[in-house]
Design a protein around this ligand. Structure first.
Ligand SMILES: *Cc1c(COP(=O)(O)O)cnc(C)c1O
Length: 375
């Protein structure tokens, strides 16, 4: 076996060329428009999807755009048993002139590579990743909604697809991209949410998969997430698995504390926290505003005392799906920090506005974060 095969690089064709099989059951314009008028989140999918196969012998091959539809998976396929799966999430944004753009896709591509390494899956090149996104827009660009704060959510994912019950990294893998039109993530829009502090469960441990975007992390977060719902909260906050004293992140979003007008504090990347593209972008925008940025351990005591003294003025969560969501209150067993009725903070809303203004092309893209997809 060659070195290229051992590292999972394609020995056949690079960059990959995509074959297109158009859908014969694509929705009519009227049906699509009805969906786009009220898309919700993650409920509707465009007419096509991308598939690329990988085998240990051949590397990445058979890149294709095909009709959206069920995957044929053998019941003994390894992903169904051992959860060897990773994914990404990014959005295609409509601009006023009709063009379609995405935000820092190379960051998602690099993160998919890091997730792949941790989950013993093959790495897809940054160029092939970005081309796979372009391909779905080329055929399903009409599925990008036009309304305010709407987007076409893109979900690339990779699964182990070898028919084998032995426990080892699969020799057969597939990568797919599906696309789902999206309105605002939370039903309440930018209204502040209450967050539940899970003290019984962790989402990640030292040496685990916390920094990888893998389905297993989400599976582990669902029971505590139900606990959050039961307590009237929208999301769950996890503490570090080792000491249970520092905040890590939410099930699917990073967390930031605002001190006054000039300082923003967020947990440092310890290996148990997912390195959010939104997190990184928000920290940059905060620096641009002259705020100081601290990435360090943040204890629950700091949060409680800071809110009590008034030093912490705002708290918010961030991630691609929900962008920036104000947090009004942190609740837990014998714990209540902040006022459930508090309105969204000024800095929170300003950062959110600036980030979405860049994404939707309403202000200059001074950091070169946007990539045009439809040309
Ligand atoms: C995807 C994700 C985030 C947010 O990352 P973005 O790149 O900003 O979308 C945060 N935490 C977890 C656990 C995630 O899976």
């Amino acid at each position: 076996m060659s070195q290229a095969q051992a590292t999972g690089e394609s020995t056949l064709s690079y960059p990959l060329r995509f074959a297109l099989t158009p859908s014969t059951t694509a929705r009519a314009e009227a049906e699509r428009d009805a969906i786009l008028a009220d898309p919700g989140f993650g409920k509707h999918f465009s007419d096509h999807m991308v598939t690329i196969d990988w085998t240990l012998d051949a590397g990445w091959h058979d890149a294709r755009v095909m009709p959206y539809g069920p995957l044929q998976i053998d019941p003994a396929s390894s992903v169904l048993h051992y959860g060897q799966e990773i994914f990404e999430g990014l959005k295609a944004y409509p601009h006023d002139d009709g063009s379609i753009w995405t935000f820092r896709p190379e960051q998602n591509a690099l993160r998919l590579q890091r997730s792949a390494r941790r989950l013993a899956l093959p790495e897809l090149s940054v160029d092939d990743f970005i081309e796979s996104i372009r391909q779905i827009i080329a055929v399903d660009g009409d599925w990008v909604p036009k309304g305010d704060e709407t987007s076409l959510y893109l979900r690339p994912f990779m699964i182990a697809n070898e028919v084998f019950l032995g426990v080892r990294a699969a020799n057969r893998v597939s990568y797919h991209v599906i696309a789902s039109p999206a309105g605002p993530y939370f039903a309440d829009g930018v209204a502040p949410v209450k967050i539940w502090l899970s003290t019984e469960y962790s989402r990640a441990g030292r040496g685990g998969t916390g920094a990888a975007k893998c389905g297993g992390n989400y599976a582990a977060s669902l029971l505590p997430q139900m606990e959050a719902y039961d307590n009237g909260c929208a999301q769950v906050l996890f503490l570090d698995g080792e000491t249970g004293t520092h905040i890590d992140e939410l099930g699917g979003m990073n967390v930031m504390l605002v001190y006054g007008n000039d300082r923003i504090v967020t947990p440092r990347l310890t290996g148990t926290i997912l390195e959010g593209v939104t997190r990184d972008s928000v920290l940059q925008l905060a620096r641009d505003r002259g705020m100081s940025v601290e990435e360090r351990d943040v204890s629950i005591d700091e949060w409680r005392d800071g809110v009590a003294s008034g030093a912490i003025t705002e708290v918010f969560a961030c991630g691609t799906a929900a962008v920036i969501t104000p947090i009004s209150q942190l609740k837990g067993v014998n714990l209540e920090i902040g006022d459930a009725d508090a309105p969204a903070g000024e800095i929170t809303l300003a950062l959110r506005r600036e980030l979405t203004d860049i994404q939707y092309g309403r202000i200059p893209d001074r950091h070169g974060w946007l990539t045009r997809l439809d040309s």
